[in-house]
Design a protein around this ligand. Sequence first.
Ligand SMILES: Nc1ncnc2c1ncn2[C@@H]1O[C@H](COP(=O)(O)OP(=O)(O)OP(=O)(O)O)[C@@H](O)[C@H]1O
Ligand SMILES: [Mg+2]
Length: 333
Amino acid sequence: MTDLLRIEGLRIQFPGGSQMRDVVSEVSLAIAPGEAVGLVGESGSGKSMTARAVIRVLPPTARVSGEITFDGAPVLSMASKQLRAFRQKDVAMIFQDPSVHLNPIRTILDFLAEGMRLRGVTGDAARSRAKSLLSQVLIDDPDRVLDSYPHQLSGGMLQRVMIASAIDGEPRLLLADEPTTALDVTTQAEVLAIIDRLRRERGVGLLFITHDLELAAAICDRTVVMYAGRTVEEQGSMAVHRAPLHPYTAGLLVSRPHVSQKQARLQVLPGRPIAAYEAPGGCSFAPRCAHAQPACEAEVPAFRALAGGHVACRRAEELRTAGLLKEVTHAES
Ligand SMILES: Nc1ncnc2c1ncn2[C@@H]1O[C@H](COP(=O)(O)OP(=O)(O)OP(=O)(O)O)[C@@H](O)[C@H]1O
Ligand SMILES: [Mg+2]
């Protein structure tokens, strides 16, 4: 089966001082039709840039190379007409803060009708379509919401409106960039349930970006972990939890607070996250890794198949067999 989305060796650079600086150095991932893939990593690891590259909405100074294909068609070389059709019909993106994408002096109906106008749907037909979209995101008083301005609605309601707008073009791929980070826990659960249901009912492929491995596992089939602009691990979401392959993933898991496993002291992943251009030679995680050896700093580890997934760590088999991936703190600290 052809992958719906395939990203291969993606590199994104920005001008920095006298040279170009990598913010994404080597990202590869694939999404099958109807599959949900989580993209997880700390701040600055390049998650949003990766998603933006898929719909080609990067800042104009960005230089992009590598390959992105949608249903076999190369996205990076699409001419403007083809790109417009791709964005209108095939793919949609939702963001962390919906209010940034809504005009404060226009109603929700104006916002939803904008995309419809491009397809020749106007007037009563547009209102009726907008009502139906809002009911699909479980808004039970669509008329009130359609006539509201963004400031009159809660964050959770605005995110539902964004999802309604995203599904209007019946896309086959949805890119969701931390869509629930700004919401309270109960609203977050409602919005996640809506995304999950729409994905299953419509067979839409989903790229779900989050900082949170558990959130990714809750709605994604597979999870891809990024560190400093590279994909470092990819596995089934449940396998990532039970048996992470990369010391970084293991670090993310043990440094998450658990009420049920109250510890005298919470384990903390030492050091701070870095951007791709700050990465040293060799494995970019080595300076923070409790298991790093001099050889880890010598060359960038290949992203290779292991245990049904993929990992970029030269010691992965050894650490896994020895059960050492629960230790994230350096022995000497
Ligand atoms: N316009 C820009 N010019 C130069 N560098 C940029 C620009 N936009 C983003 N970056 C850099 O690209 C890197 C990756 O950014 P990106 O937004 O993809 O991270 P992220 O993984 O989505 O992080 P977060 O979890 O905070 O959203 C960061 O180091 C960021 O500072
Ligand atoms: Mg981001």
